[in-house]
Design a protein around this ligand. Structure first.
Ligand code: ZN
Length: 290
């Protein structure tokens, strides 16, 4: 039977090729409900969630992967983040209808996507890639083809209840069988969206690669989780500046900040605002001295 909200790694034992599979149910439903999207907007958010979860699972040490697109198109904002602890979150904002023939550049009104990889103890890595194609498999394959990354291909399927995805990646190492990569990709490409979403991974791998020796590793649970907090929101207030924060409190009675990812609301009244800014002064006492 298929398990819910899982990520799996697998390895082609006779070739330097690895794979990953992810299937998201409850965690995706929470993200989808929060986003309030339908149709292609929802599908694109789902594909991005599956793809970023797969990418985060390739991290060898603790860290996170963020995919971000901002533009002037109908889907003007998409941000998806997953970390190596299998926590995911994502948001997209749609302002007008997406016409069917639009490619990704038109959908987002942007010509590039940004992938940020943060790992513990290292400077964040930021990769910017041109947006190509009409779905995230196309766009990410183009990103991997044109960057110094390992050859990687994606299969992504999404509906309101579930997103599932598979990644196949060439890893460093010698192969005796020069055709192995092409053969594995060709076999993987016969998978249907329905099989990706409903089959157990054991069945999926057996159906696709029954002539290859594939080793399946233990699964890992995935959940929706937001990293927002009152402290982080307070830090955001500091960037507004005291004068503007005071203005808002005077006009609205309080500053209310709602997290786009999880809908949590953080309220700061006049006293809270004083406290936030006085704590900051306690940390950095003499910004005005020269
Ligand atoms: Zn949040």
């Amino acid at each position: 039977m298929k398990k819910l909200d899982q990520s799996h790694r697998f390895l082609f034992e006779e070739h330097p090729i690895r794979g990953q599979y992810v299937t998201l149910d409850k965690s995706w439903q929470e993200i989808a409900q929060q986003a309030g999207l339908e149709g292609r907007g929802l599908t694109l958010l789902g594909e991005a969630v599956a793809a970023v979860t797969l990418l985060a699972d390739t991290l060898k040490i603790e860290g996170s992967v963020t995919l971000q697109i901002r533009g002037t198109g109908p889907l003007g904002l998409l941000v998806v983040e997953a970390n190596s602890k299998q926590k995911i979150r994502g948001i997209a904002r749609q302002s007008s209808p997406i016409e069917e023939p639009m490619d990704l550049q038109e959908v987002f009104g942007s010509d590039h996507l940004v992938i940020t990889i943060k790992t513990k103890g290292a400077e964040p890595y930021q990769g910017i890639a041109p947006l190509r194609g009409s779905n995230f498999s196309d766009a990410l394959e183009y990103y991997f083809d044109t960057s110094e990354q390992l050859a990687t291909q994606f299969w992504l399927a999404c509906d309101r209840q579930n997103v599932s995805g598979m990644l196949i990646q060439k890893i460093p190492g010698r192969t005796k069988d020069d055709d192995a990569w092409n053969r594995v990709i060709h076999l993987a490409s016969t998978v249907t969206d329905e099989e990706l979403k409903t089959n157990s991974l054991a069945d999926l791998l057996h159906n696709l690669f029954h002539e290859e020796a594939v080793r399946l590793f233990d699964s890992r649970d995935i959940g929706f989780s937001c990293s927002c907090s009152r402290e982080r929101t307070a830090a955001m207030l500091l960037t507004l500046g005291k004068a503007e924060a005071d203005d808002i409190v005077e006009q609205e009675g309080a500053i209310s900040v709602t997290c786009e990812f999880c809908n949590a609301t953080y309220n700061f009244d006049a006293i809270d605002v004083e406290q936030v800014f006085s704590e900051r002064e306690a940390v950095t006492p003499s910004e005005t001295t020269h």
